[in-house]
Every structure is written in structure tokens, then in C-alpha cells.
Design a protein around this ligand. Structure first.
Ligand code: C5P
Length: 326
């Protein structure tokens, strides 16, 4: 029996870029949030050997460069199993859109493959495989609201925040993540000069500011001023604006692709309580107070020719409950 599983997308709520490390990666601080938009992954095992990937989207590779392939090889090795593994990816999410789709597909494959093989990896083994394959995989082993540090691969579950409406707009622009990091280095030279230091000053302020913003946000205060009763939004996700959480990639990506800044402005004009680039883009998202407002904003963007969907955030309990399709 094949296993069908939902492969949810993520957005980044704030992302601070630190210095380039010895290994070439950048030190990061981010909060990941899973959302309801998803691809579907179907995994089937049979006797024999080999990996087969099927996807109607020609942008998705069907060879060993696919993250699903790389995870499958490692899971089989770790569990000391032999099997012929067929993976079918039904794509709804944009490829390379800042929504972590490829990373999510890989983790969904891992979870489905364990079920197919009738054996689970230890949590530490799962994490080791996820980290090895990419910085954005481990978050999908947690789901909900997650703190990401290191190169984004060290993940810690945060208090789950109540689901709220969200609009995800992905203009058809391929933003290269390695290039966005390189542009960041070039633009903020001082970051390179202070290589190796975690809390250096760079063009965006400091990584320390991220801790302060997240602390203020999650503790319900901003700038040390306690929120008055009734002042705090019912939905803590919407307190973000006052906490001043930002995505550093906007500072290198928006000047290059001004149409992405325009999308953020449309979302704000349409009533988003918070709008931001996700990862290095090209996805721009907005968080809304009501599903109706989100749907109206998505329709407005679509009318302007920008692919957009109204969705909502997914907390950890829902993530793990609804991941299984059957
Ligand atoms: O880990 P992942 O495959 O997602 O990273 C893709 C590329 O993005 C890396 O090869 C690196 O150039 C860049 N990157 C980085 N710092 C990070 C994450 C990614 O420089 N924290």
C-alpha cells in the first residue's frame, strides 16, 4: 500500500543574517512557521532496489540532485533496508519560492518511507539526515512555530501560536539563495570584516536585535513596555509589527526586484497586520485578521497578475495530525 502524505510549506517570520562562517554558510536567526499550503508526496516500496521520482513539473529533478532522493538513500542506509522506492510528487507549491518546498518534500518522503518500511529512525538519526541534506529540512521535523539558528538547521519548537489567515504571493521570479547571501556580503562589507563573530554590527543591525524582537514579541511586550490588558492582540502572531521583526533579505532582494516590494505594499494596503519576504523570496506573505480579508487581498493580487493564495498558518498539533492522507 502506498503512503500519501502532505508536505506543508513554511514562511519565515523575521530572518537576521550574521557573518559568513568558515564553512561558507552564514550564521542565521529566524522563526519558521508552517502554513496550510502543501504538496502531496506518495511513497511506495517494492522488492528490488533503486529510486524513482515522478513529478509532472519539469522544474523538479528526477535524479540524485532531488532532496527526496538524497533523503531516501540515507534512510535506507540508516535502517539497513533494501527496497525499490517510488516517489510521486504532486506539486502545488512554487519551486524555489522561499517556501521551503523542496526541503519539505524531502522530510515528507522520510516520514512516509519509514511508514512504508515499517520501522522508524531515532529522532537524532532523523535530524542528522535532515541537516546533512539542507539547512531548511529540520524545521519540517518539528512543524508549527519554530526557532531556527546556526545555518537555520538547528531547530527548537516555540510555543505554538493560534492559526491565523495568511496570503502567500509568489511572483514568477527565481531568486537564487546563494546569490542573495553573496549580495548581502558585498553590500554589508563590515559583516565580512568581522568574520567569525556572532554579534557583529552589520548593515542590518545585529543578530542580538533578533533575540530582543522575538523576546518582546513572544512575551507580549515591545521595547520593554508591558502591553496593557486588552492591548495585546488576541492572536500573538499579529503582535509582530510592534516587535519590529524583519527579514534582512529584503535589503538585498527588494532593490533588485522592486516588484516584490510592490507586492508587500499591496498586502499592507489591503490590511495585512504584518507583511514580509519569506526566506530569500520570491514569496511575499501577509498575515491577516480574518480569512475574508486574506481572500480579498489574494484576489486583488491575482487581478494584478501576481499568483497569490489565501491560506492560514498551521500549528504543530495540526501539522502532525493532518500530515497523513492515507
Ligand atoms: O543548506 P542549503 O542547501 O539550503 O543552502 C543553499 C546555499 O545557500 C548554500 O550552499 C549557501 O551558499 C547558502 N547558505 C548560506 N547560509 C545559510 C544557508 C544557506 O550561505 N545559513
Amino acid at each position: 500500500m502506498p503512503t500519501n502524505i502532505r508536505s506543508y510549506a513554511k514562511i519565515n517570520i523575521g530572518l537576521r543574517i550574521g557573518s559568513r562562517r568558515e564553512d561558507g554558510f552564514h550564521e542565521l536567526r529566524t522563526v519558521y512557521q508552517t502554513i496550510a499550503l502543501h504538496d502531496v508526496i506518495r511513497v511506495q516500496t517494492a522488492r528490488g532496489m533503486g529510486i524513482e521520482i515522478r513529478c509532472k513539473n519539469p522544474k523538479v529533478p528526477d535524479d540524485e540532485t532531488n532532496t527526496c532522493w538524497r533523503v531516501t538513500e540515507r534512510v535506507l542506509k540508516a535502517l539497513k533496508k533494501r527496497a525499490k522506492v517510488s516517489i510521486t510528487i504532486t506539486k502545488n507549491l512554487p519551486v524555489q519560492g522561499g517556501l521551503g518546498a523542496g526541503s519539505s518534500n524531502a522530510v515528507a518522503t522520510m516520514v512516509a518511507l519509514e511508514k512504508e518500511l515499517g520501522e522508524q529512525l531515532e529522532p537524532a538519526q532523523r535530524l542528522a539526515i535532515a541537516r546533512e541534506v539542507g539547512s531548511d529540512l529540520p524545521l519540517f521535523l518539528v512543524g508549527g512555530t519554530i526557532l531556527g539558528i546556526g545555518r537555520g538547521e538547528q531547530v527548537f519548537p516555540l510555543t505554538d501560536l493560534q492559526s491565523i489567515a495568511c496570503v502567500v504571493a509568489t511572483p514568477p521570479i527565481a531568486v537564487s539563495t546563494p546569490k542573495a547571501f553573496a549580495d548581502w556580503d558585498e553590500k554589508f562589507e563590515r559583516a565580512r570584516e568581522s568574520k567569525g563573530k556572532l554579534t557583529q554590527s552589520n548593515g542590518s543591525g545585529t543578530i542580538d536585535e533578533f533575540s530582543t524582537s522575538v523576546f518582546s514579541w513572544l512575551m507580549g511586550t515591545t521595547a520593554g513596555v508591558p502591553a496593557k490588558s486588552g492591548d495585546r492582540a488576541e492572536t500573538p502572531l499579529l503582535d509582530l509589527v510592534r516587535a519590529g521583526i524583519e527579514n534582512d533579505f529584503e535589503r538585498v532582494v527588494f532593490p533588485q526586484y522592486p516588484e516584490l516590494r510592490d507586492v508587500k505594499r499591496v498586502l499592507e494596503r489591503e490590511g495585512a497586520k504584518y507583511a514580509s519576504l519569506s526566506g530569500s523570496g520570491s514569496t511575499v506573505y501577509g498575515l491577516f485578521e480574518t480569512a475574508e480579508a486574506a481572500e480579498k487581498a489574494a484576489a486583488k493580487l491575482e487581478a494584478k497578475g501576481v499568483p497569490a493564495s489565501a491560506t492560514r498558518t498551521v500549528d504543530r498539533a495540526e501539522y502532525w495530525r493532518d500530515i497523513w492522507i492515507g
